[in-house]
Design a binder for this molecule. Structure first.
Ligand SMILES: Cc1cc2nc3c(=O)[nH]c(=O)nc-3n(C[C@H](O)[C@H](O)[C@H](O)COP(=O)(O)OP(=O)(O)OC[C@H]3O[C@@H](n4cnc5c(N)ncnc54)[C@H](O)[C@@H]3O)c2cc1C
Length: 414
């Protein structure tokens, strides 16, 4: 069944559907409410050779100002199921499988799991977007990545026109990438022709394997510091979630809960969680006198989170970095991979682009609280954001010889 929100009223624009709040008018928009409807919508567009964009929360898309002459599909299903027969028993430390449909809000799932005493994704609290997109770019934060907890991903294969179940190995998760994302690009940051801006594989549902445990290891120094414990310590997962949300609020890395009041976003997130997110954001302002202000939250609320990925360099390139630049050994299957990750935020800052930086006559600016976030200050166009991104990329390349690559899906930039 497809919701009757199609073609009878004017479709929304990308500005209505994305956290960046920019982007042109969409030709057709469908919100299928069941699995068959979702596949039919995708299959119908592909059969007609119509441009297709499957969108989730729109929190990782920078869409062009020009109209999109194609179909945008948003999965309206928001279902979470604990698959194992026996309900989790407190005090036990065992695996529990949890399945969620692609359209489920990611943080609704995290909140649900933390409340159930299921650990494994609490460090990913507060990341905007949907379950479906979470596995496309292998979301990560504070020492966790979703790929570590994925059991299987059910997908519609647009090429073979079949439903498939991919296991974690087949998903080839890496730093902000997966086998699904790889189908969209010819080279890092260079869109492919056949499957862009949406991968060959459409995520229908994701099954996670979590531990039934009220505690989890703190695997990030920043998080450990916030919790006042050593990295590697075990802490209650509720406390980890609260600490992550507080750090995110301070850095402007929580989405604006107010967007769920807007007509095109209504019903895409659990109402009680919108309320809780609004209160948490408000509390963070009260608790941080001299820190984040209501004004910071308002000015920085339209972004895609971190706009650039941290560059992963070979040893030769890494040796050319200034000695003060952060460097982390990248591990592959627990062993050093011979590559080094550096910090995009450090490179941007040391290339002269500081918090709040903007071009003349532009409403796009670096966040006032986070160097890595490009923000729409209200009234920005996609071109403003794109010009800012390009200026920063060029500046970093000129200073350090490294081309930083956008994390969001950048549709039809000039
Ligand atoms: C304030 C803020 C903070 C953020 N913090 C983080 C962070 O800490 N870590 C992190 O990793 N990311 C972060 N992000 C980025 C973003 O939240 C994630 O990438 C998220 O997974 C995007 O989900 P979405 O549903 O909004 O995807 P969208 O933006 O809607 O889509 C992104 C891509 O996924 C594809 N897609 C969407 N649904 C499906 C599906 N069902 N099947 C196949 N493809 C699909 C789209 O076609 C598109 O190519 C942040 C963003 C914001 C705004």
């Amino acid at each position: 069944m497809l919701q009757p929100r199609q073609d009878t009223v004017q479709a929304p624009s990308f500005a209505d559907l994305t956290t960046m709040g920019v982007g042109g008018q969409i030709e057709s928009f469908l919100c299928p409410t069941d699995r068959v409807g979702l596949i039919e919508a995708v299959e119908g567009a592909d059969a007609q050779g119509q441009p297709l964009c499957v969108i989730g929360g729109g929190s990782n898309i920078l869409a062009a100002d020009e109209a999109f002459s194609g179909l945008v599909v948003r999965d309206a299903r928001r279902e979470i199921n604990v698959l194992d027969e026996a309900a989790p028993v407190e005090g036990q430390d065992r695996s529990v499988h949890v399945a969620a449909t692609a359209g489920t809000h990611w943080d609704d799932l995290v909140n649900y799991c933390v409340r159930m005493g299921l650990s494994g994704i609490e460090g990913l609290s507060g990341i905007p977007g949907t379950v479906g997109a979470s596995v496309v770019q292998n979301i990560g934060a504070y020492g966790q990545e979703v790929g570590q907890s994925v059991d299987t991903v059910e997908v519609w294969d647009r090429q073979l026109k079949v439903v498939q179940e991919l296991n974690a190995r087949q998903m080839s998760f890496g730093y902000r990438t997966s086998a699904l994302k790889a189908t969209m690009y010819r080279a890092p940051g260079v869109p492919g022709v056949e499957f862009f801006p949406t991968p060959r594989y459409i995520v229908l549902s994701v099954t996670l394997v979590l531990r039934h445990s009220h505690t989890s290891r703190v695997d990030s120094d920043q998080l450990a510091q916030a919790l006042q414990v050593e990295t590697g310590n075990l802490m209650p997962i509720e406390q980890i979630r609260d600490a992550v949300l507080a750090i995110r609020a301070r850095k402007g890395m929580l989405e604006d809960p107010g967007r769920y009041q807007l007509s095109w976003m209504k019903g895409t997130r659990e109402t009680s969680n919108i309320q809780a997110a609004t209160e948490a954001l408000h509390m963070s302002v009260i608790q941080q006198s001299g820190g984040t202000t209501e004004c910071d939250i308002r000015t920085n609320r339209h972004s895609c989170g971190s706009f650039f990925m941290n560059p992963v360099l070979d040893q030769k390139k890494a040796a050319q970095l200034p000695p003060q630049a952060p460097q982390y050994q990248v591990l592959y299957q627990g062993r050093p991979s011979g590559t080094v990750k550096t910090s995009a935020a450090w490179l941007i800052d040391h290339a002269g682009f500081h918090k709040g930086f903007h071009l003349e006559n532009s409403m796009a600016a670096l966040s006032s609280v986070h160097t890595l976030a490009l923000t729409n200050r209200g009234g920005a166009t996609a071109q403003h954001v794109y010009d800012l991104a390009r200026t920063i990329q060029d500046g970093v390349e000129k200073t350090f010889g490294i081309r930083i690559i956008p994390e969001p899906v950048v549709i039809a930039q000039r």
